[in-house]
Design a protein around this ligand. Structure first.
Ligand code: GDP
Ligand code: MG
Length: 184
């Protein structure tokens, strides 16, 4: 499996990154916020694009993050293996106001590991941090799970933009760092 693809002489990089997690945790809105700075208050699974490419500059290099959204496949509690193919990064998303979506993370991790390389750079994302009064999962629980599974961790809000860019950029930067170490 290609770890990354580098276009000829331009030193551009293309990283495939997948969004996974239960239905309605906010995956499509995180992508909409990151790539288009938009938010959809009443989105159904209809706003999903297949993937969206966003440019990020790291140390003078232009990185293209190709971020894949499930387009509603996760309603069947699984997504196809084609979705994971070639992925070098993953955002595992749950909703801090629905414990059930946090409890599902183990299953999503298994699926990710079944269909892709073990060294996919992954971040656990607790979304909807703006809904403080409805919180069912503490930040500490998120941190502990992330530590035990070797994942980065962040709480985000696609609604108020909190940590959204940071979560995506953290994954892209780590992939880039691993890659630079391999090349040198
Ligand atoms: P997906 O099924 O995981 O792609 O989830 P969506 O992006 O479609 O979002 C599901 C619902 O949660 C929609 O009604 C969104 O408006 C809402 N939502 C998504 N992110 C946030 C957030 O950060 N805060 C709040 N309050 N609502 C959110
Ligand atoms: Mg969606």
């Amino acid at each position: 499996m290609a770890f990354y693809s580098q276009e000829d002489s331009t030193e551009d990089y293309l990283f495939k990154i997948v969004l996974i997690g239960d239905s309605a945790v906010g995956k499509s809105n995180l992508l909409a916020r990151f790539a288009r700075d938009e938010f959809y208050p009443n989105s159904k699974s209809t706003i999903g694009v297949e993937f969206q490419t966003q440019k990020i500059e790291i140390k003078g290099k232009e990185i293209k993050a190709q971020i894949w959204d499930t387009a509603g496949q996760e309603r069947f509690r699984a997504v196809t293996s084609a979705y994971y193919r070639g992925a070098v990064g993953a955002l595992l998303v749950y909703d801090i106001t629905r414990r059930q979506t946090f409890d599902s993370i183990g299953r999503w991790l298994n699926e990710l590991h079944t269909h892709s390389d073990m060294n996919v750079v992954s971040i656990l994302v607790g979304n909807k941090s703006d809904l403080k009064d409805a919180r069912e999962v503490t930040m500490e629980e998120g941190k502990l799970l992330a530590e035990s599974e070797g994942l980065f961790f962040m709480e985000t809000s696609a609604l108020d933009s909190s940590n959204v860019v940071d979560a995506f950029e953290m994954v892209v930067k780590e992939i880039y760092n691993i890659l630079s170490r391999k090349v040198m």
